[in-house]
Ligand binder design. Structure first.
Ligand SMILES: Nc1nc2c(c(=O)[nH]1)N[C@H]1C(S)=C(S)[C@@H](COP(=O)(O)O)O[C@H]1N2
Ligand SMILES: [Mo]
Length: 562
């Protein structure tokens, strides 16, 4: 046995370990570049492709078990996968490099030349740009991404070169360590030398096992923690109760109930009527990082089937007349009783005013498409676009629209799920086709009207309350742009319903806070809530999961009073 790795296995193992270490560092560099100068993020590109092509039932299952965190797990798994691919590249490189006859790649000690690293970088660069990215639907060198071809090429080159050079460094360092170890071993007996060899191999194997297991462990831990905290979104769990609710269901009450407006006591855990910007729920398709748009160079173009296409700078947009409105947003993937619902005071320009600036709309136009800086898009019907409450918002609760919520501008389209409230808008296009947006290509509803929902904020599910002490059952109810006329609570499995007091809502487009005083007797209690809109439509007890057009069913919490 010589000092440098001689067997194929040893070469592959050393190359893989060097590749893994270099790959972890290169991956960090890639993420850093993507966060700072807007370089390409390969895990992001692959993750989007996977999310797009995942069969719907599997997507729905993952969404239900993992909730909104699903995309983060996907991202972590892909990150680990990327590091393993880097390891594989390193192993193969170390195995195959000596077969290239047109050069001297190694010195007598077994060290690799740095030119090998640059070659490796070039091969990886071509592979990702010409094969990997096109396969994920991102185009040659990310031509389809908002990142742009130039930054993609550049950031891939930096990442690749960093990987290549680090790989050589790690490889040679591992060789040097092995040399040192075998030099020591030469002084000892053959038996101990063999031991050392075995130890080294065991060390390699253990290293890989440890990395793999810790990744799995982190994923499992997050899974458990996520599942435990996601327990608020529960409908009735008792099938008998559920079928009796469905049997007794009366879809419409006419005339509609007169709202019982009054004073709602502030109790712990009841949502505040206006959600502060930092507490407002956030959802986006982007796995790792949302776009940060520079307002100075940003512009918004309005074109398509209009007489006079135009575009506006941020300054020009914000100089237009604005109006204010309160509106609650809810994500279409919100479970019954879920947290993806918030309320804010928005300020912006009516979309119809912007469209008017573009002159006559050409005959045949049917839809308005909103394109965004993160390659997201969605469409609304022209009639919806012309409603006075459909706006391009630039402020949220009196502040400039925060980056996470769509700076410089986002769409608000009341009555429709959050999905169509396109953030980071760059381009508004009037079309005569039945355009399908990002989520519609995944099977989610296109009209996507908000389904009426009500949520018990307090008491929380599975908690203990004090028996015989006066308290409140309270929460929120929301029905898009249809308003709420009544909220009812049942403590006896839906036989009797008690009317809640409603806080007069801030607008016709927001949720309503509701409350029922309660003095629980000792024992277990199951609390069910339902709402009725201003037209007399009663919330449906039929249980539906979010895919494809929003969840339904009655939110139910169980508590023990003692
Ligand atoms: N550009 C862009 N806009 C987007 C999304 C996105 O991924 N990209 N996600 C949509 C979804 S699914 C929802 S629920 C809302 C959430 O808005 P918020 O994060 O301000 O609450 O934004 C919508 N607008
Ligand atoms: Mo959403």
């Amino acid at each position: 046995m010589g000092p440098s790795p001689t067997t194929q296995k040893e070469r592959f193992a050393r190359g893989s370990l060097a590749g893994l270490l270099a790959g972890i560092l290169a991956t960090l560099i890639m993420l850093l570049l993507s966060l700072t100068i807007g370089g390409v993020s390969l895990p992001e590109a692959l993750g989007s492709a996977i999310a797009q092509f995942l069969p719907l039932p599997l997507f729905d299952y993952l969404h239900q078990t993992l909730g909104g965190d699903a995309k983060h797990y996907l991202f972590y798994i892909i990150l680990v996968g990327q590091c393993l691919v880097f390891a594989l590249f390193g192993g193969l490189c170390n195995l195959l490099i000596d077969r290239l006859k047109f050069g001297q790649w190694r010195d007598e000690q077994g060290d690799l030349q740095y030119s090998v690293g640059l070659m490796l970088a070039f091969v990886l660069w071509l592979f990702t740009g010409l094969i990997f990215l096109p396969l994920t639907g991102s185009g040659i060198f990310g031509a389809q991404l908002s990142t742009g071809v130039m930054s993609t090429m550049l950031s891939l080159a930096i990442t690749g070169i960093a990987y290549g050079l680090l790989f050589i460094f790690m490889h040679n360092w591992l060789t040097w360590r092995a040399l040192k170890a075998s030099a020591n071993a030469d002084l000892e007996t053959d038996a101990t030398f063999l031991d050392k060899q075995q130890q080294r191999r065991a060390f390699l194997r253990n290293g890989i096992v440890v990395v793999g297991l810790s990744a799995l462990g982190v994923a499992a831990w997050r899974f458990i923690v996520g599942a435990a905290s996601g327990g608020s979104g529960a409908t009735t769990r008792d099938p008998q109760l559920q079928s009796s609710l469905v049997d007794k269901y009366q879809a419409k009450i006419s005339p509609p109930p007169v709202p019982n407006y009054g004073e709602v006591q502030s109790v712990a855990d009841l949502s505040s009527e206006i959600t502060s910007n930092d507490k407002f729920y956030g959802v986006s398709k982007n796995l790792a990082s949302d776009p940060t748009v520079d307002g100075g160079s940003w512009s918004l173009s309005v074109d398509g089937l209009v007489a006079q296409p135009f575009s506006l700078t941020y300054k020009e947009l914000t100089a237009l007349p604005t109006h204010e409105q309160y509106e609650t947003l809810m994500c279409i993937s919100n479970e019954v009783g879920g947290e993806y619902m918030s309320n804010a005071r928005w300020e912006g320009i009516a979309l119809k005013d912007l469209l008017q600036k573009a002159g006559d709309i050409k005959p045949g136009a049917t839809k308005v498409v909103l394109h965004a800086a993160d390659n997201y898009s969605d469409s609304i019907h022209l009639s919806k676009a012309l409603e006075p409450t459909t706006m391009v918002a630039i402020k949220m609760n009196g502040q400039t629209l925060p980056s996470a919520h769509g700076y410089p501008a986002r769409l608000l389209v009341p009555g429709i799920y959050g999905m169509k409230h396109v953030k980071w808008i760059t381009h508004i296009e009037i079309v005569n086709t039945d355009y399908k947006g990002y989520w519609q290509q995944n099977g989610w509803s296109d009209p996507a009207p908000v389904k009426m929902t009500s949520r018990i904020d307090t008491p929380r599910d599975g908690t203990k309350v004090t028996a015989n002490k006066p308290t409140y059952i309270a929460g929120v109810a929301f029905s898009g742009n249809k308003g709420i006329s009544q909220v009812e609570v049942s403590l006896d499995g839906g036989k009797q319903w008690q009317k809640a007091v409603l806080k007069r809502p801030l607008s016709a487009l927001t949720w309503v806070l509701w409350e029922v005083p309660w003095q629980p007797q000792a024992g277990n209690h199951s609390i069910i809530v339902r709402a009725i809109d201003l037209q007399g439509n009663v919330q449906t007890p039929q249980i539906a999961s979010p895919l494809p057009d929003g969840s339904s069913g009655y939110h139910t919490v169980s508590v023990n009073a003692s």
